[in-house]
Design a binder for this molecule. Structure first.
Ligand code: FE2
Length: 242
């Protein structure tokens, strides 16, 4: 598991205390810390996953300051609230993905769904970005994308439209649905994992993702993310077999 380094945000010690607190709440071992992957074969719990790179690693496209707030404050708050809300319920011990899927559509579980889905979405977002990313995907993913979008340029056009056109807070996603790759947008905490879609990568278009660096210019943030940060290897790793 990559360790975060650099100043600001949450230190390893704070993370371990937070994780230990979550584990203590749930009465579980440390083996099942739940990020965006479904846990199987044992008890799972919910904790803030490690950021897979330094907080400054996405500069100059996303600043260290943005990551400190986005990961260290916003993402952490979703995780902490989820832990608080599932404490003592039948959801305690489930993976984050299971919590999202089991609370979706229940009005009395809306707060748990919103926080858990945001925790899941953010973990997936950090993995969707990488220093030195962007460019064109390769291999099987490139073939599937060309088959369904016609060209890389068309994919970029649709992803850009999905991210810039989403009204208000939300997410743009590249997903697989019924063996077809497509771009979808979701509002607020909504997520493809409750719609029978397999997400390959995502772009967070909540204002907290870009406002410190780009103010109201969401399109500039989206362009830089697509051209310089998208993690196509991560997307390829999520591709189900055809
Ligand atoms: Fe966010």
């Amino acid at each position: 598991m990559p360790l975060r380094s650099g100043g600001g945000g949450i230190s390893r010690r704070e993370f371990m205390m937070s994780a230990a607190a979550g584990v203590a709440v749930l009465g579980l071992g440390m083996a099942g810390l739940s990020g965006c992957d479904s846990q199987t074969g044992g008890a799972a719990t919910v904790a803030l996953p490690y950021l897979p790179y330094k907080e400054s690693a996405l500069e100059p496209y996303i600043s260290k300051k943005t990551i400190e707030f986005h990961y260290g404050k916003h993402h952490k708050a979703y995780v902490d609230k989820t832990v608080e809300l599932i404490k003592g319920t039948h959801l305690a011990g489930l993976s984050l993905k299971d919590i999202v899927q089991k609370t979706s559509g229940f009005a009395d579980k809306a707060s748990t769904f919103n926080n858990a889905a945001q925790a899941w979405n953010h973990d997936f977002y950090w993995k969707s970005l990488t220093p030195g990313g962007g460019g064109k995907p390769e291999g099987e993913l490139a073939k599937r994308l060309d088959a369904d979008f016609g060209s890389h340029e068309n994919l970029v056009k649709e992803l850009t439209a999905g991210a810039t056109g989403q009204f208000g807070s939300g997410w743009a996603w590249l997903v697989v649905e019924e063996d077809k790759l497509k771009v979808v947008s979701t509002s607020n905490a909504d997520t493809p994992i409750i719609h029978g879609q397999v997400p390959l990568l995502t772009i967070d278009v909540w204002e907290h993702a870009y406002y410190l660096d780009y103010q109201n210019k969401r399109a500039d943030y989206v362009k830089n993310v697509i051209e310089h940060l998208l993690n196509w290897k991560f997307a390829a790793s999520n591709l189900p077999a055809a």
